[in-house]
Design a protein around this ligand. Structure first.
Ligand code: NAD
Length: 346
């Protein structure tokens, strides 16, 4: 395997690995280890070229620094990408080669699942490195993080409702859920239990059927979800769904959901505020999953540790939204400053 250091100002280390035997082409980007070893998932995607893969790895790695710090974890930010089509190119040997690559970084970076990478794939990588988490077995195996992510989103949504709707009681409130996948479906269960009314969408017919029958969710077409009469809009599908195109359609007064990188660009936070819509910063709200993974990395088996940190996400959301409200600042800017302060003190 050939390793090549890539120059990326503002990042601690960015390495490209190429392995002719398995076809592995992968980049690991370490943005910061100020708070601890970098941690963040591995994404497999059919990037057009190495530049596109590096751009994504850098963006995602920096995002992990912010997410991990906001979740009060002793972990820095990093991410890895594998340039390959997960439907065609994935082999056990490829993932094992990736595991060897992770191991070369000697514990400065911990990997886990992300888009295109399953628990089984990580298990292959883990045959060659102990710096892999998100395993389903082993003494600290943390398994699927989605239920913990959903619980964190639910708790933070209640806080956001306090600021955006004047009450944290979601009973009788209508929540529009975009995406009924691993997180979205668990979130619907919490909301249903809390007495919220659900409007939901997905492109997967089975998921739609489940949400309708289990929670009485009213189902709408994917394009119609933005404009439904709702109190809260919960993006739980892909990133960038809060865009100059979707914001004018929103009738909800609060945006709080699981998706990463919800704002399509920097201006969208202002566009939401201009319409009087409160935005609960995504990387704070959706930190439950990485908390669950962190317990495995840090070899903590007590579920109470995870629960305490997830509850703390809601406290952090409260502090950020309180400051944003009193200073008339944008919540995502306040969140960034909050993390910058943590990093400056580290
Ligand atoms: P998932 O793939 O299980 O679910 C995504 C769902 O969105 C799928 O059911 C899919 O059919 C649906 N979808 C895709 N495009 C859609 C569209 N245009 N309209 C409506 N629905 C659409 O993913 P997940 O694990 O539930 O994660 C959801 C989001 O939360 C992602 O953005 C992910 O990055 C983020 N996130 C997940 C976790 C976690 O623990 N899984 C943690 C943090 C952040």
């Amino acid at each position: 395997m050939k390793l090549k250091e890539l120059d990326a100002p503002g990042y601690e280390r960015v390495v490209l690995a190429s392995d002719d035997a398995t076809g592995l082409r992968s980049i690991i980007a370490i943005h910061s280890t100020k708070l601890g070893p970098a941690a963040g998932g591995c994404r497999m995607f059919n990037y057009e070229n190495i530049d596109a893969a590096e751009t994504d790895a850098l963006r995602l790695a920096k995002g992990m620094t912010y997410k991990n710090a906001a979740a009060s974890l002793p972990l820095g930010g990093g991410k890895s990408v594998i340039i390959a089509d997960p439907r065609k190119d994935k082999t056990p040997e490829l993932m094992q080669a990736f595991g060897k690559f992770v191991n070369e970084l000697a514990g400065t970076y911990y990997t886990a699942e992300d888009v295109g990478i399953s628990v089984e794939d990580i298990a292959e990588a883990a045959k060659f490195t102990s710096y892999a988490a998100g395993l389903s077995d082993g003494p600290f195996g943390s398994g699927d993080p989605s239920p913990v992510t959903a619980r964190g989103v639910f708790l933070c949504m209640q806080v956001a409702a306090k600021y955006g709707l004047g009450t944290n009681d979601l009973k009788g409130k209508t929540v529009a859920v975009q995406g009924l996948g691993h997180v979205g479906m668990h979130l619907c269960a919490h909301l249903h239990e809390a007495g919220a009314k659900l409007v939901a969408t997905d492109i997967n017919a089975t998921a739609i059927e489940e949400a309708s029958s289990r929670f009485g969710a009213r189902i709408v077409d994917p394009d119609a979800i933005y404009g439904v009469e709702a109190d809260i809009f919960a993006p739980c599908a892909m990133g960038a769904s809060i865009s100059p195109g979707s914001i004018p359609q929103l009738k909800a007064k609060v945006v709080a959901g699981a998706a990463n990188n919800q704002l399509a660009d920097e201006n969208c936070g202002q566009l939401l505020a201009d319409r009087g819509i409160l935005y609960a910063p995504d990387y704070v709200v959706n930190g439950g999953g990485i908390i669950n993974v962190a317990a495995e990395i840090l070899k903590i088996s007590e579920q109470a540790w995870v629960e305490e940190k997830v509850i703390r996400l809601a406290d952090t959301t409260d502090q950020i939204l309180s400051q944003a409200t009193t200073t008339h600042a944008l919540p995502h800017i306040v969140a960034d400053q909050w993390v910058d302060n943590i990093l400056a003190k580290a």
